[in-house]
Design a protein around this ligand. Structure first.
Ligand code: DX5
Ligand code: ZN
Length: 216
């Protein structure tokens, strides 16, 4: 069964406690989007918000770094924010990727590598033996509420086939425009973790939306 990771970028920041409770009770992970205004053309939130959320979180924190020089902040997200998973963009690290993965693992956190929709899936095949998960962006990183890019299905299937061919246990996470209409196919493609922002927090009934994403 796929894990559901609500993206807190779409949460109600005036009543964050309520949305934290929703994830604690009905979902599996807190997906936290960290944007620096340089790697992506948007700025989200950082340590004060995430560390406060961490105090109330009863589910693991999945930190998605959309920042340049991710290695600078890995230790703080691990130690201060108690992240369980940290992913960084291959496009932001390139040849430093193995070092960033190693650093994340040394901090006792599960490492993941992320690629945007225009980055060939094969580019990260060389890291499959090193990571715990790959995050496939199904929109361009930077904003919530964008439309799902259909081509993502074949990219996930291609990645899944390579993971299976090598006999690895690497998990696949999908992020961007995920909703109950595309979730069943994403799970069939091989996705293990579904990130969902607007389709959960903007839904009239978020509890129902989470159940629908699970295929219930
Ligand atoms: C986009 C972020 C996503 C975003 C998803 O850069 O990585 O996690 O919040 O939001 P939706 O589900 O609304 O596309
Ligand atoms: Zn994200």
């Amino acid at each position: 069964m796929a894990l559901i990771a609500p993206s807190m970028l779409s949460a109600d920041f005036l009543d964050l406690g309520k949305d934290i409770e929703l994830v604690n009770r009905y979902a599996d992970l807190f997906h936290l989007d960290v944007m620096d205004g340089t790697f992506v053309p948007n700025i989200s939130f950082g340590f004060p918000v995430i560390n406060a959320l961490a105090k109330k979180a009863e589910k693991p924190l999945d930190v998605h770094l959309m920042i340049v020089n991710p290695e600078k902040y890995v230790e703080r997200f691990a130690k201060e924010s108690h992240a369980s998973m940290i992913s960084f963009h291959y496009e932001a690290a390139r040849e430093k990727s193995s070092d960033v993965i190693r650093l994340i693992r040394e901090c006792g956190v599960k490492p993941g590598i992320v690629i945007n929709p225009d980055c060939p899936v094969e580019s990260i095949f060389q890291y499959l033996e090193e990571v715990d998960f790959v995050l496939i962006m199904s929109v361009f990183a930077g904003f919530g509420g964008q439309k799902f890019i259909e081509d993502s299905h074949s990219r996930i299937r291609h990645l899944k086939a390579e993971i299976d061919r090598r006999g690895l246990g690497v998990k696949i996470e999908v992020d961007g425009g995920v909703d109950p209409s595309n979730a069943p196919e994403l799970i069939r493609d091989g996705a293990d973790i579904l990130v969902a922002g607007s389709s959960v927090f903007r839904a009239p009934d978020p509890v129902k939306a989470i159940a629908q994403l699970r295929g219930e």
